[in-house]
Design a protein around this ligand. Structure first.
Ligand SMILES: *Cc1c(COP(=O)(O)O)cnc(C)c1O
Length: 355
């Protein structure tokens, strides 16, 4: 027997969640965001499940090349574009598309002769202040791109800061519309939260990320409540049981104290596997399909769960850290973070298997 921890990936759930995107945004093309190793689900495994997407978006050139070499013919967009002129030859060879977000990138283009023309997504900063041209620089950037022979198609793009929050997208959307009006180019604005909440942002390309993996961009209610299915279940087993007397303490820092006679199960999963160390005592976990809670601090390779109310569970019992039956959104909330971070952080040492 090997260590029982594994991340089980449900490809059918990925396909199902892409179907939800299609139903929400029936007229838009879907650019499946599979950056960060497909939010921890495995780049090529996720691409295979999402093969009917109209495009893929990634960060690393290497990931884009692997996708092309695997036979995907759709748009492959590099979300931060290129960083040096040498990379442009790779964009050419593999037919990759690039986000262009500043004048330094435009300055790299003139020396570049591309057979088909480099397809670009011109990114405008409408209020997030991360990447993108300021609205006052947008006309100049567009003019330069249109005057560059190496440039093929141009799509306008922006990214929302608060699509998942009460502030919403109205200000950014208005700023984007006033720039895009009359320009006559396709547009891409919506991340998962905007796909779900703001149909007026769907435009020509939507860019779903987290919802493809079955996690709600809103944290609460969870993905299942909006028709999504979790694509990753992180599961392990109880590998030891400790019978505690009143006052006994568990784990580093002795932060959990048994209020009376108690039982804790020791689970093969720790922060070196990507389980958040900041999950407090009380964070939810499922043992044999029943909800219980963490007891004490998460250590590098193990964590402890309270089995006092689960007398039928013991060594060998199945533990769901998150996924089917234990929403990652809830675990993330207990750790003061978001589902995105937990999914992305699953460590390479955790074996990934198909459901
Ligand atoms: C990551 C990312 C997305 C996907 O966002 P989700 O909230 O995961 O849907 C879309 N667009 C850009 C530019 C991104 O960086």
């Amino acid at each position: 027997m090997s260590r029982p921890l594994r991340a089980v990936i449900d490809s059918a759930a990925l396909e199902h969640n892409l179907g939800v995107v299609r139903r929400c945004a029936p007229r838009a093309r879907a650019m499946a965001v599979i950056k960060a190793n497909a939010y921890g689900h495995g780049l090529l495994r996720a691409a295979e499940a999402l093969r009917s997407a109209d495009g893929f978006a990634v960060l690393e050139l290497d990931a884009a090349v692997r996708l092309r070499q695997s036979g995907y013919r759709q748009t492959i967009l590099l979300l931060e574009g290129f960083f040096a002129p040498e990379e442009l030859a790779v964009f050419d060879e593999y037919g990759l598309s690039a986000v262009i977000h500043d004048f330094e990138q435009i300055a790299m283009l003139p020396g570049f002769r591309r057979r088909g023309g480099l397809d670009v997504f011109l990114k405008v900063n409408t209020g997030m202040h991360r990447l993108g041209f300021q609205p006052e620089h947008f006309p100049g950037a567009l003019e330069q791109l249109r005057a560059t022979p190496a440039v093929g198609s141009i799509t306008l793009m922006t990214h929302f800061a608060c699509a998942d929050e009460a502030a919403g997208v109205a200000d950014q959307l208005e700023r984007f519309r006033s720039l895009a009006r009359g320009v006559g180019l396709p547009c891409s604005l919506a991340n998962s939260a905007a796909i779900l909440r703001y149909p007026e942002t769907h435009a020509d390309w939507v860019r779903p990320g987290i919802m493809l993996y079955g996690c709600s961009p809103f944290g609460s209610p969870d993905g299942a409540a909006i028709g999504l299915r979790p694509a990753m279940t992180l599961e392990s087993r109880v590998i030891a049981v400790q019978e505690l007397r009143k006052g006994d303490r568990v784990g580093y820092g002795a932060t959990f104290e048994a209020p009376g006679p108690a039982r804790v199960g020791i689970v093969a999963c720790g922060y070196a596997d990507g389980y958040p160390r900041h999950a407090a005592s009380g964070a939810p976990v499922a043992v044999d399909g029943k909800r219980t809670r963490l007891a004490g601090r998460v250590s590098m390779d193990m964590l402890a769960v309270d089995l006092t109310s689960l007398p039928g569970s013991g060594v060998g019992s199945a533990v769901t850290l998150w996924g089917a039956g234990m929403p990652v959104e809830e675990v993330a909330a207990a750790a003061g973070t978001i589902g995105y971070e937990l999914l992305c952080a699953v460590a390479p040492r955790v074996p990934m298997v198909e459901a």
